[in-house]
Design a protein around this ligand. Structure first.
Ligand code: CP
Length: 306
């Protein structure tokens, strides 16, 4: 059965560890030699597009970048027919979509791996990059904690799942109305998190934690939403005072792009505890590792034999 990566818990715990090991491997196998990878972006990207394209190159393959206007999923043709067509020429489909269900429909239609490059539900390659960054810092991460401060989002969900799967505790400090639901908190527990805390108090979540993470309070282009959200999220800015409550060896992470001075101050983002640039660099290692692992699981026919 073809394996896909629509969220990080599509992998078992041991499989996630295999992907993490590949992420630190400096000698990747050319599993995509002579093969293509279709990279579909319904939304803009800097890190994800560049890291995934270069990951495909590092695996010996040829990436083809497809903008929303070119494929026009469910406009020009259905998500299923887009995926079936791409699978004729490529060995991997990776897509950034608005609606997670589109990814699921694409995955259900093809027998090549489909990789989520961010949906409204999840961002698994970001989570794998974040774990690579945390493990590079601390080595053995079991029993350490991650505190997410701000908006509970697709990025937060995937990171918390990934952290739980390697035995880390997960904490959330989010304003009322922007907090994880009970069902998600139960998922983190079931995935192995030794501690799951959801609070509206940033100080409570960050107290003694080893990793502090935040993200933008609103998406680019959502100016009306931004005006409504800013006063709600103001108490959730990560600044030096908040970082001072974390463990002495705590690090700060942010998937980027950052809204400097909003969710995080410049002094934290550019400070000694910040690992945002190694985190961004690990997007390449995460994409390379995940694609190498997924293609390694598949028995893919060469182009021309489909
Ligand atoms: N973190 C992230 O996904 O960045 P991009 O939106 O630039 O790809």
């Amino acid at each position: 059965m073809t394996r896909h990566l629509l969220d990080v818990d599509d992998l078992s715990g041991p499989e996630l560890n295999e992907v993490l090991a590949l992420g630190t491997d400096t000698d990747p196998r050319p599993v995509l030699a002579g093969r293509g990878a279709a990279l579909v972006f319904e939304k803009p990207s800097n890190r994800t597009r560049n890291s995934t394209e270069m990951a495909v190159v590092a695996l010996g393959g040829h990436p083809i970048y497809l903008r929303r206007e070119e494929v026009d999923i469910d406009g020009r043709e259905s998500a299923e027919d887009v995926a079936r067509t791409l699978a004729l020429y490529h060995s991997v489909i990776a897509a950034r979509v608005y609606d997670h269900r589109v990814l699921q429909r694409m995955a259900d239609s093809v027998s090549i791996p489909v990789v989520n490059l961010l949906s409204d539900h999840s961002h698994p390659l970001q989570a794998i990059a974040d774990l690579l960054t945390i493990k590079a810092e601390f080595g053995d991460v079991e029993g350490r904690t991650v505190a997410w401060v701000g908006d509970y989002s697709n990025v937060a969900r995937s990171l918390a799942k990934a952290a739980a799967m390697v035995g880390m505790g997960v904490r959330f400090a989010c304003p009322a109305g922007y907090q994880p639901g009970t069902a998600d908190l139960e998922v983190f527990e079931s995935l192995g998190a030794p501690e799951v805390i959801s609070t509206s108090d940033p100080g409570e979540a960050v107290d003694g934690t080893h990793v502090v993470v935040t993200d933008a309070w609103y998406l680019m282009g959502q100016e009306e939403e931004a005006a409504q959200r800013r006063p709600i999220f103001e108490p959730y800015r990560v600044d030096d005072d908040l970082m001072g409550l974390a463990a002495g060896d705590a690090i700060f992470m942010h998937c980027l792009p950052a809204h400097r001075g909003e969710e995080v101050t410049n002094s934290v983002l550019d400070g000694a505890r910040s690992r945002v640039w190694p985190e961004a660099a690990n997007r390449f290692n995460a994409a390379r590792a995940a694609i190498e692992w997924l293609v390694g699981q598949a028995n893919l026919p060469g182009i021309g034999n489909r």
